[in-house]
Design a protein around this ligand. Structure first.
Ligand code: MN
Length: 291
């Protein structure tokens, strides 16, 4: 019997919506064919496909808002994004960089196009993932990991210039730079036309691949640019073959089998915890951050 994972669904990019005035995103999940548990520990995937922003003196983005109970992971493919939070962390990420923010017990943050990028305008492409935290770590102290492209593990493949960039987890002994609370694999597979790689994840890990650039075959199924492939929880192997030069975001993780109470920017186990988070914000317990 084949040990290959089978594709459960190939999902075209849903109609985009704006998050603030700076992020035009396709929400692949939760929703549609992927409910709030299906890709656990990944709760949300917002994909900002390529868009040209005109120059703007006022940086576009999202003003101060709270988060609690999970982690926001922002991956920049084109353009620059600035971050500030009430835990005192800030940073700017550019092409190829990642910010991995643990909201945990709760904080306020704001997300904007970086000032100079805003003034010049240009090509913008990004991903924001929400990674759930298990109950035991829901109230962990907020943390900010700036994972620059240089910090990521790179595993070069037989085909020269093709490699797996390990953001979190591990690929064939090459470790990622971000620390996580549960077992998670997040890679960018950056493959030149014609090159192949085989990925291997436990059958029970929820696994999905998003084609950021170019096109590829996943276990002999053609997947086009901006499409997401969801895999069944059977088999372990995914063979990727680059039809063109391609970049593929690879997500795989051990499911967190706990209750989910999701409301706006909060991702808790119970509704009582959601109410507590809302009250904490109104009492100023998530700190102070100016717009
Ligand atoms: Mn946010």
């Amino acid at each position: 019997m084949s040990n290959k994972k089978t594709i459960e669904a190939i999902i075209a990019p849903p109609a985009p919506h704006m998050v603030g005035d700076g992020f035009r995103v396709h929400n692949f999940f939760p929703g549609g064919q992927i409910d709030k548990r299906r890709m656990s520990p990944f709760f949300m995937l917002d994909y900002g496909s390529k868009i040209e922003f005109t120059p703007s003196v006022e940086p576009r983005g999202v003003g101060v808002h709270p988060h609690a109970g999970f982690e926001t992971v922002t991956i920049a493919y084109h353009g620059k994004i600035a971050h500030h939070d009430s835990a005192g962390n800030s940073g700017i990420i550019g092409e190829g960089d990642v910010q991995w923010m643990t909201a945990g017990s709760g904080l306020l943050h704001k997300e904007y196009h970086e000032e100079n990028f805003s003034k010049s305008g240009g090509l913008f492409q990004m991903v924001q993932l929400w990674v759930n935290l298990p109950a035991k770590d829901k109230k962990t102290t907020p943390k900010y990991q700036e994972v620059t492209n240089k910090m990521m593990g790179r595993h070069y493949l037989a085909h020269k210039e093709s490699f797996i960039e390990v953001i979190a987890g591990e690929f064939n002994g090459t470790k990622g730079a971000a620390t996580t609370f549960t077992p998670i694999q997040v890679y960018n597979a950056k493959l030149k036309k014609g090159s192949k790689v085989t990925l291997n994840f436990p059958a029970n890990y929820n696994t999905g691949l998003l084609v950021i650039e170019g096109a590829a075959k996943f276990n002999d199924n053609d997947i086009a640019t901006d499409h997401f492939a969801l895999f069944k929880n059977e088999g372990e192997e995914i063979e990727i073959e680059a039809i063109e030069d391609t970049i593929i975001l690879v997500l795989s993780g051990e499911p967190i089998n706990e209750p989910i109470a999701a409301y706006g920017p909060f991702l808790m186990n119970t509704w009582a915890e959601v109410e507590e988070a809302i009250e904490s914000v109104s009492r100023g317990k998530f700190g102070v951050l100016e717009n």
